[in-house]
Design a protein around this ligand. Structure first.
Ligand SMILES: NC(=O)C1=CN([C@@H]2O[C@H](COP(=O)(O)OP(=O)(O)OC[C@H]3O[C@@H](n4cnc5c(N)ncnc54)[C@H](OP(=O)(O)O)[C@@H]3O)[C@@H](O)[C@H]2O)C=CC1
Ligand SMILES: O=CCCC(=O)O
Length: 292
C-alpha cells in the first residue's frame, strides 16, 4: 500500500520506518527536508511538499508538533488541502485539541476526502517497536482501511467515534501522565533530601499499588539527571495547556493539572523545553547559590 507520511520528528521517523520495514511503500515529507535522508536510505520516496505527497498517495499520515503545525500543513500554500479529493484519506496522528481536528476534518471532507484523527499513547521506544496505542476517531471506513498500517505502528487501536473524541482521550491521558510526572519528581527529591536512597524508593514504588511503566522507565535516568528527549517537555506542556482548556470548556476544576502545567512552563522558561518531559524534575531541585 502506498502511504504518505508528513513530519519526521522523534515519533514520525520511527513510525514511518516501521511502515517501510513491514513492506509499505512510503513517501515522506518533512519541513526540514534533510530529515528525509535516513528514510530514503531505507527505501522511502520524498515528496517536495505536503500537496505532492497527498497527490501521490491514497492515504497520508501526519505526525506534527502541535495545532499550529497541524493547521499549517493542511491550509498553507502547497498544503494537504490543495491535493486532497474523493478517494483519498488524511490521518492526523499529532496530539492536538478537538477544535483543530474539527477544522481539518471540515476542510478535508468539504473537498471529498476522508479524515481520521489518530493520536497515540506511547513514546519513542514504543514507536520504534510498533507498540503504540492508537486513539482514532472520525471516518470509520478510513479507520477500517488504515488497520494494516495501525497494526504495524501499534499494539492496540481504539475507534472512539466522531472527530474530537480521539483528541480528547489523548489529552485526558497526557494530563494524568503530566500530573503523575510532577508528583514523581517531588517524591524523588523529597526522598533524596530527607536522607533516603532514591534508588530504594524506585524499588519500593515498583512493588506498590502505584507501580507503573513510566516510573520504571524514567526513574533511573531522572536520578542521573539524564533527560535525553523521548517525549519533549515542550509538547507535554502543550498537552497540559490543551487539557486545561478542555477542563475549562467542561467546567471541570483541575488544580493538580494546573499546578503541573505551571511546573512544565517553569521548566520551559529554564530552557528545558527540548529535553525529555521528565526534566520537570529540575524545577523541584533547590536553586544553586550564585557564585561570587
Ligand atoms: N515524542 C513522544 O513521546 C510523543 C509525541 N506525541 C505527539 O506527537 C507529535 C510529534 O511529536 P515528536 O515527534 O515527539 O515531536 P518532534 O518535535 O520531534 O517533531 C515535530 C515535527 O513537527 C514538524 N513541525 C513543527 N512545526 C511545523 C510547522 N509549522 N510546519 C510543518 N512541520 C512542522 C517538525 O518539523 P522540523 O523537523 O522541520 O522541525 C517535526 O517533523 C506531537 O504532537 C506530540 O505531542 C505523541 C505521543 C508520544
Ligand atoms: O504524548 C506522549 C506520550 C508519551 C507516552 O505515552 O509515554
Amino acid at each position: 500500500m502506498e502511504v504518505g507520511f508528513l513530519g519526521l520528528g522523534i515519533m514520525g521517523k520511527a513510525m514511518s520506518m516501521n511502515l517501510l520495514k513491514h513492506g509499505f511503500k512510503v513517501t515522506v515529507w518533512n519541513r526540514t527536508l534533510s530529515k528525509c535522508d535516513e528514510l530514503v536510505e531505507h527505501g522511502a520516496s520524498v515528496g517536495e511538499t505536503p500537496a505532492a505527497v497527498v497527490k501521490k498517495c491514497k492515504y497520508t499520515i501526519a505526525m506534527l508538533s502541535d495545532p499550529a503545525a497541524a493547521l499549517s500543513v493542511v491550509f498553507e500554500k502547497d498544503g494537504v488541502l490543495e491535493a486532497i479529493c474523493g478517494g483519498k484519506g488524511y490521518i492526523d496522528m499529532s496530539t492536538v485539541d478537538a477544535e483543530t481536528s474539527t477544522k481539518i476534518n471540515e476542510a478535508i471532507t468539504a473537498k471529498g476526502g476522508s479524515f481520521l484523527e489518530a493520536p497515540v499513547s506511547g513514546s519513542k521506544k514504543p514507536a520504534e517497536d510498533g507498540q503504540l496505542v492508537i486513539l482514532a476517531a472520525g471516518e470509520k471506513a478510513l479507520y477500517d482501511e488504515a488497520i494494516p498500517a495501525f497494526d504495524v505502528m501499534g499494539k492496540k487501536s481504539f475507534f472512539l467515534g466522531p472527530v474530537g473524541n480521539g483528541a480528547k482521550m489523548k489529552l485526558v491521558v497526557n494530563m494524568i501522565m503530566g500530573s503523575m510526572m510532577n508528583a514523581f519528581s517531588e517524591g524523588l527529591e523529597l526522598a533524596d533530601k530527607s536522607g533516603l536512597d532514591p534508588q530504594t524508593l524506585l524499588g519500593v514504588l515498583d512493588l506498590a499499588a502505584i507501580a507503573n511503566p513510566m516510573f520504571r522507565l524514567k526513574g533511573p535516568t531522572m536520578i542521573q539527571g539524564n533527560y535525553s528527549p523521548a517525549f519533549p517537555l515542550k509538547h507535554q506542556q502543550k498537552d497540559m495547556r490543551l487539557a486545561l482548556a478542555l477542563g475549562d470548556e467542561n467546567a471541570i476544576s483541575m488544580p493538580v493539572a494546573a499546578a503541573a502545567n505551571e511546573a512544565f512552563k517553569k521548566a520551559r522558561g529554564l530552557g528545558l523545553g527540548d529535553l525529555d518531559f521528565s526534566a520537570v524534575h529540575e524545577t523541584v531541585k533547590p536553586l544553586k547559590p550564585a557564585s561570587s
